[in-house]
Ligand binder design. Structure first.
Ligand code: HEC
Length: 174
């Protein structure tokens, strides 16, 4: 028979595991391999970059569990995402409104990588990059201590969606 203490700590351990495990599986656009565990274990991959505290945000938790980007339609988050789009030089290749320059347009409705129509898919493409000239921008991908946090990338994607002509949110079906 379990003592109350054992039961409580068992429940706590189960709960910690559930908050640390992603409900969604993430696969690289480059080779289709799973990077969920690596992402979860990457120190520095999470958090609001304004706070610089690496504490997982609510948006990150929802995204990891469901694939939904709750920043889409959130004007303040989109504004911040626009700034990060410039900060990470996305502008240089994709243009100031993400409609394309050296790199392709990101506004759809069709994409080179069809999964980019979803926020999860676009996240995977930007985090690890592609084989056709798009370098990965996720934290730890370019250099061990550099890159975007999940929260930052979700805001950036939310802003990218505001430039789409067909009202695509990337959260369709979620
Ligand atoms: C040095 C130029 C360059 C920079 C900087 C760059 N990209 Fe790209 N990006 C590309 C190229 C080239 C492609 C096409 C890659 C391919 O066909 O495999 C691409 C593809 C993409 C795609 C896939 C589009 C599709 O149709 O499926 C997304 C999404 C994307 N980039 C987002 C971003 C974001 C967000 C940033 C900034 C964090 C960024 N890129 C920075 C050059 C760049």
């Amino acid at each position: 028979m379990f003592s109350k203490k054992v039961l409580v700590s068992t429940l706590l351990a189960a709960c910690l595991a559930c908050s640390a495990n992603a409900g969604v599986k993430f696969t690289k656009t480059t080779d289709g391999t799973d990077f969920t565990e690596k992402l979860m274990a990457t120190k520095g991959a999470f958090g609001d970059t304004k706070k610089k505290d690496n504490v997982m945000t609510e948006a990150e938790k929802v995204f990891l569990e469901t694939g939904k980007n709750i920043y889409v339609g959130d004007a303040a988050a989109e504004k911040r995402g626009k700034k990060r789009f410039g900060y990470w030089s996305c502008t240089q290749c994709h243009g100031p409104t993400a409609k394309g320059q050296v790199g392709p347009g990101l506004v759809g409705p069709t994409f080179r990588y069809p999964k980019d129509a979803t926020n999860k898919g676009m996240f995977e493409t930007i985090w690890y990059g592609t084989n056709g000239g798009m370098g990965g921008k996720g934290f730890g991908v370019m250099a061990p201590d550099d890159g975007m946090t999940v929260d930052e990338l979700l805001k950036t994607i939310a802003w990218v969606r505001t430039n789409g002509s067909k009202g695509v949110t990337g959260n369709e079906g979620l």
